[in-house]
Design a protein around this ligand. Structure first.
Ligand code: RB5
Length: 153
């Protein structure tokens, strides 16, 4: 069983809530970082909340949902130590764990249905990093400085 932080904006909250319940039914410990309810919010706030818990080691993995999964993944990836990946199915979810050592899985409620989301989440949780040739590549990702806007560099 894993400790997982989950977060979403208003466009992903229904999928997030359903997946939080799904994970808890299966015995995982879930920290729900919100949002709760349909009011409009900003996805970076929830991507950051999940990512900070992963980076701090409070949880092992993160789950982020927004309309596409993309914006919230961009926010989560700003936090050093976090490797967030948007996935669309079980294959992409498995491969990003095996090859990229992704520790946050991001889904788009407006792009995939609930069954595909559950399958992707199951595949993500069931896979593990393969190591080997992937180790130096992931190390290169982690060594990149968190990017701000070019004018701030
Ligand atoms: C919200 O309308 C939407 O822009 C957001 O959920 C996400 O899709 C952004 O990437």
């Amino acid at each position: 069983m894993a400790r997982i932080a989950a977060g979403a904006d208003h466009a992903g909250v229904q999928m997030k809530d359903a997946l939080v319940a799904y994970l808890r039914e299966r015995g995982h410990e879930v920290v729900d970082c919100g949002t709760r309810g349909p009011d409009r919010v900003d996805y970076p706030d929830f991507g950051e909340a999940v990512a900070r818990k992963v980076a701090a080691g409070e949880v092992e993995l993160g789950l982020c949902v927004c309309g596409t999964g993309i914006g919230i993944s961009m926010a989560a990836n700003k936090v050093p130590g976090v490797r967030a990946a948007v996935v669309y199915d079980a294959t992409s979810a498995r491969l990003t764990r095996e090859h990229n050592d992704a520790n946050v899985v991001c889904l788009g409620e407006r792009l995939i249905g609930p069954e595909a989301a559950r399958e992707a989440l199951d595949a993500f949780l069931g896979a593990s990093f393969q190591g080997g040739r992937h180790v130096p590549r992931v190390a290169k990702i982690d060594a990149l400085l968190p990017a701000g806007r070019p004018e701030d560099q």
